[in-house]
Design a binder for this molecule. Structure first.
Ligand SMILES: Cc1cc2nc3c(=O)[nH]c(=O)nc-3n(C[C@H](O)[C@H](O)[C@H](O)COP(=O)(O)OP(=O)(O)OC[C@H]3O[C@@H](n4cnc5c(N)ncnc54)[C@H](O)[C@@H]3O)c2cc1C
Length: 498
């Protein structure tokens, strides 16, 4: 029987990076993958939080490869042989059904926030393969085409029974990390997974996505409009574009190899689940929005469409005696804000700290020693899901959207300004500032307003003026970018907050 200190199941970016860090800390680590690389994965867009966290992990654990992987510019400088794309902007545009002209009453309903560095759009088949390779260079034993058949926690150590292409393989480990993403192998085993109507959050969304060739350039469309004045701090082709409409939004993520990732995300309250074929439903929604349709008119999908059910799930327990889940196994939310990869890298730091400082030194493998880690993920799950829920409900009114969205950026930027990306197991530094009760309460006030306004056809000028005042005055300690200042025209060039 093979013996390891730690076994990580699942070799996505999260699982591989986690295995790598633990191996660097001196543990004997195995990484088990049921498939093989390269393979398609979703979760392509990084954020300033993701980039900073990856870089910081490189610094504290002395893994220079993390630094080289942390942004688009670093990937290019280091000449890494992986496809990616530059992300210099978060770009948002609000569409109305049937709208053909990009300006409405002379106004272009855009909102743009520039990132401090050029973050990466990760082409996951390449980036995940790269991370597995680096993990192996740091001593991780990688077992691919190996499916876990059973995990037995009944004896002193953990016994993992696998099937490796028809051969059985037994592994003994002191600790197991579930990095299997939404499949949550340990959640399934212990029946911990909560999904569907049993969930305790109002966010209900689903997604239909694929990779395309020949997607049009939104800037060309804007340039055709007489009312368009280009104030964007960078080209929109270097953005993650968010094309929002009442009831959903579309991401557009261009890579440099000519492939563009496009995903349609739908509010289940407005677009209930159904059995319609993925491709058919995708186009039936897109064609109601002529400007988005124009972008995709000459495109061809280069992969089959994927249609999800409700994307939200969580596990009632995320740690246990001799095991822990990475965030994508512990819970799932939505693609909005691209929090998935950031939460994975943040959690790797927390988990590595706890295992190295508390669990392994004293042989304290019980659940109670890991509860801080679970609590942090649960708080983040509730806070981020509420923020995203408010986003879906704000798409109907551009002015509400713009202000509410800036509030969410304040969450991310105050996390960075407070040094959140550098902290490990510190409950004061949770994703999107979930650990700052003052911020959470203030954000809650506006969330409640968004819920109230969602059912209305109009939000009157005095209400928008009140919202604007709130953003500029009450939120002032969190506002690093003059959000709410009409002189900015909804365009916010980069600032360095930490
Ligand atoms: C529609 C959608 C869009 C998203 N967009 C973004 C985004 O833009 N930015 C962002 O940051 N996040 C995004 N996310 C979240 C992101 O996908 C995840 O956070 C991220 O992929 C997590 O990586 P991971 O390595 O933990 O898991 P995964 O990437 O899911 O990898 C899990 C791995 O485990 C393997 N595995 C599964 N079961 C077993 C088993 N039994 N035995 C062995 N191996 C197994 C799988 O083959 C896979 O390789 C999105 C999520 C969704 C659903």
């Amino acid at each position: 029987m093979k013996k390891f200190d730690i076994v990580v199941i699942g070799s996505g970016l999260g699982g591989s990076a986690c295995a790598l860090v633990l191996s660097k800390l001196g543990y004997r680590v195995a990484l088990i993958e049921r498939g093989s690389h390269p393979r398609f994965a979703i979760g392509e867009s990084a954020t300033p939080v993701t980039s900073k966290k990856i870089r910081h992990l490189g610094e504290i654990y002395d893994i220079p490869e993390f630094d080289r992987f942390s942004t688009y510019d670093k990937i290019k400088e280091s000449k890494l042989d992986i496809h990616c794309g530059p992300k210099e902007l978060f770009h948002y545009y609000i569409h109305e059904k049937g709208q053909k002209s990009v300006s409405l009453d002379g106004e272009i309903p855009e909102f743009i926030v520039q990132t401090p560095e050029v973050d990466a759009q990760y082409f996951r088949s390449d980036s995940d393969e790269y991370m597995v390779k680096i993990a192996q260079e740091y001593g991780v034993i990688y077992l691919e085409n190996t499916s876990v058949e059973n995990i037995d926690f009944s004896s002193e150590n953990v016994l993992i029974s696998c099937d490796q292409q028809g051969e059985s393989l037994d592994i003994d480990a002191q600790f197991v990390i579930d990095g299997t993403g939404f499949r949550s192998i340990i959640g399934e085993k212990f029946d911990l997974k909560v999904q569907g109507d049993d969930l305790n959050i109002p966010l209900k969304s689903r997604s239909i996505f694929s990779h395309f060739k020949n997607v049009g350039d939104f800037e060309e469309k804007l340039n055709e409009d007489d009312n368009f004045v280009d104030r964007s701090p960078a080209p929109r082709a270097r953005a993650t574009q968010h094309h929002c409409f009442d009831g959903g939004w579309v991401w557009v993520i261009p890579f440099e190899n000519g492939v563009t990732s496009v995903g349609l995300n739908l509010d289940i309250d407005k677009y209930p689940m159904n059995d319609i074929d993925a491709e058919e439903e995708f186009w039936s929604v897109i064609e109601q929005y002529p400007i988005i349709m124009d972008l995709l008119r000459h495109s061809d999908n280069v992969r089959p469409f994927v249609k999800t059910g409700r994307m939200q799930y969580y596990n009632s327990e995320m740690v246990g005696d001799r095991w822990a889940m990475l965030p994508a196994s512990a819970y799932g939310l939505d693609a909005w804000f691209s929090t998935g990869l950031a939460s994975s890298f943040i959690a790797i730091h927390r988990l590595a700290d706890i295992l190295h400082e508390r669990v392994f030194p004293g042989n304290r493998f019980t659940r109670d020693n890991l509860l801080d880690y679970e609590l942090a993920m649960k708080k983040e799950y509730l806070h981020v899901s509420k923020m995203i829920h408010g986003m879906y409900k704000s798409f109907k009114h551009y002015d509400v959207f713009k202000h509410y969205c800036s509030l969410c950026f304040m969450g991310a930027e105050s996390f960075l300004a407070n040094g959140g990306a550098k902290k490990g197991m510190d409950l004061s530094s949770l994703l999107l500032n979930a650990g700052d009760q003052g911020f959470v309460d203030k954000f809650g006030t506006i969330y409640d307003k968004v819920m109230e306004w969602e059912s209305r056809e109009e939000v009157i000028d005095s209400e928008i003026a009140m919202l604007n005042l709130y953003i500029r005055e009450d939120m002032e300690p969190y506002n690093y970018r003059e959000f709410g200042d009409p002189k900015m025209f909804g365009m916010h060039p980069k600032v360095s907050v930490c």
